[in-house]
Design a protein. Sequence first.
Lengths: 497, 480
Amino acid sequence: MNRALYRLSLGCLAMFVLLLINVNYVQAFEANSLANRPGNARTFSQQFQYQRGSIIATGVGGNKTIAESVPIKGTNMYQRFYPGGATYAPVTGFDSIYGATAIEKAYDKYLAGTAPSLTVHNLISLLTGKPKQGATVYLTISPKAQQAAYQALLADGGHQAAAVALDPSTGAILAMASYPSFNPNRLATLNGADLVKADNELLKDPNQPLLNRAINETYPPGSSFKVVTGSAAFSTGKVANPQTTVPAPQPLILPNGHALNNDGGETCGDGHPQIIEAFWLSCNTAFGQIGMNLGARTLQDYATRFGWNNPNLTIPMPVSPSITPLPPGEPPDKSLTAYMAIGQYSDGATPLQEAMDAAAIANHGTLMRPYLLDQVQAPDLSVISSTTPSVLSQAVSPQVAGDMTQMMIEVTQNPGGTAYQTAGPPTVGSLVIAGKTGTAENGVDNSGLDDAVFTCFAPASNPKIAVGVIVKGGGFGADAAAPIAVKIIEAYLGGHQ
Amino acid sequence: MTAISSQPAARPGTGGAVAMPRGRRRTELLMLIFAVGVVLFAYANVGFGLNGKLPSGLLEYGLAFAAIILVAHLFVRRFAPWADPLLLPLAALMNGLGIVMIYRLQQSGRNGNPGNQISTLSSSATAMQVLYSAAGVAAFIAVLVFIREVRVLQRYTYTLGAIGLILLAIPALLPASMSEVANTGAKIQIAVGGFSIQPEQFAELALAVFFAGYLVTKRDVLSLAGRRLAGIDLPRARDLGPVLIAWGVSLLLLVFESDIGTSALFFGLFVAMLYIATQRTSWLLIGVLLFVFGAYVASKLFSHVGARFTSWLHPWAGNNPTHLAYQTVQGLEGLGFGGLLGTGLGHGQPFWTPLVQSDFIMTAFGEELGLTGLMAMLLIFGLIVERGLRAAIAVRDPFAKLLAGGLSFAIALQVFIIVGGVTNLIPLTGITTPFLSQGGSSLIATWALIALLMRVSDTARRPAPQPIQDEGMTQVVRAG
């Protein structure tokens, strides 16, 4: 019987070997994919059992904690608290028991302490018996600018709107506000029923409060696109300098027989103005003609240099691409190209893109990559990640940037400039803001309320901040959007001094 | 009958003219101290892991456990001095780790400790498990004291066979309210008042004895070859009876008690013993084919069997608490959560897995002790099996050989069925994990099984009767 027993022993060995191989497979090879499975209760509840890292806004206005984990009394759980509420919601997003958004999502690995760069820190905490803690994420957001931006949008009176402010020399995002916004604290609840209720309310709201309009919604840029058209005209040499005269008939009869009018059917100077005058008056016919001379492809090319048509931009949240589609036909339809040049074809821009347009001009033609992350600090205060500003593209030459700055200054400083009243000396005194207004007609047969757009930077001589504002249905860009930009600039520069 | 060990000359380590093999009880004691140390350390570890303090019951439970194990050792010294020195320490270690894990699970969400409360585990579970351990060791001692030679059991072959079948049948005949384990659909217990036993655990031992006794007498007949087909000697058709009966009983178990795991275990045990007895591969083949066929037909005929296969093949299809695979999914996610080194005792979240204290207890170990700990525990089971098989090979008596071989294989198969089930290697079938799962019946039966193996190894390793005088041709042989 011993022969059979030996063989049976081999059978037992085989069973144990199979078990060992299988547990090795499950625990060593499959562990990661198991942890990342949707609905994994352990991974999921683990995140509420230790202190998630804080999110702190660091720019002008001092450090302000905009997300932190606070212990819930009587439990060993932590709950997320957003002291900045709706003001910072587009930045922080929220961390709920069903998932996270915005910075909470993008830097989850740091905040949760699971990033590979935190492994050693975690091990040390484990060995020294300290509770595990997430890393702190410092953002470039300036509390002053952000607060001013949201207050200004709120005060505007119920229009859907968004504003973004950038540091033109680095690309650091100083403010990113969207209206209407939401209170992320409602979504931070650990009570599933409360969460579902709050979430449903927000999702059903026709004003889409969860939508971050600053980066995830595009609007027709209107005349603010003339910054791109002007840059293309100077860069290609079609227009030599700001003092070069350009034809500006009223109306401009397009190749397809339609008439392109200036706003309100007003004449543009004497019909042969210098381009700088056509710019501060925002003449559609002058820039429509320039656009036709340049061609749709050149316009698109320069828009792309300003950061348009980029589906891969992240800040680190993915940014919806701002678009300048080509009119149909080969070569693209001339008449529609005229509309494209004044931002009234099918162009669509995010408020961030409006800020980037101004930032590129402000930074001598060099567009910096926009970013939110200043640095990540491990619980022991060592820096484990930080952003080094980088160039996204060279939009135009410094020479062209200088010409464009000259033109944008006139928009606010020339008494005939479209933003003279709202962003010029009568409002801001000696501070010189360089900008461009946009009033985009929209709706069927332009029956909808105009979208107000303003793209600008300040101070014009030494730019510290570039701002893009879009107010949906706000009316004239100068009336609705420019005051919001002015408030952000004043808050930021005021805090700067 | 005089106990052998009461004779001074037979005490291990004392030699006559011939060098005596050593009983190795001192090795056993050292290993036991080590095992108890590991258990106490693990127990303290749970407290530190949960709330940073020494657990409250460390002294009481620790002393109680150490005392129980010490008593077992003393009885082994007295009643089985030649027995394998590793079996008792290995069993003690597993039993102790089981208590530690039950304590850890019971503390989850209770007494201010983190985690969710496990509602299916009462707050007195640890104390009960220590009591069961005491009862298990008592059974262990009783077997060593009352069964001095395994072969005496051969006399009760048919009695034990009948007892085994009756024990198996009782739950099937009882109303579901008395026999069904809550939420599982398995009718495997006898519950009266708050107390319940699972008779199948004891039936396994009784039936193993029956199989051994039956096969020892019938092995010659069963070894007779009938026709030869494809290089394999097929048994004669008329000898197929016993294997068909065993198969039928296991299928009945499966159908009437929804107890797939035990059914597979019994049938596997029988086939393995049949193979040991006859050395005929054909029996093994016939057994495996019958089992596969039976399982296939059952999976088609009975939805509860079919569901096991579905959830084995597609565990992720139903990751929700109402789905059968939910338990498996939670167990797997627990294992993954533990990873290579585990979360540490008290740091994991085993409470997510339903009934983690019983069938799925190995996933709790995997979660908190990691792959490293789980492999170590599997190897300990492997060692127990190996020591048992070694005793079977060493012993001369065919009945003891068959019994020890079968019982060792049964442990291996039981571990394979349950650990393979919870790690989704094979379809999940509810069955206890030896020594670890919460509850008394399995623990007591497993201790008795270990005692039987130690009795066999004691017999095997006991030196042949030595001449006490060397006076020419005449030898006085001491009665054994």
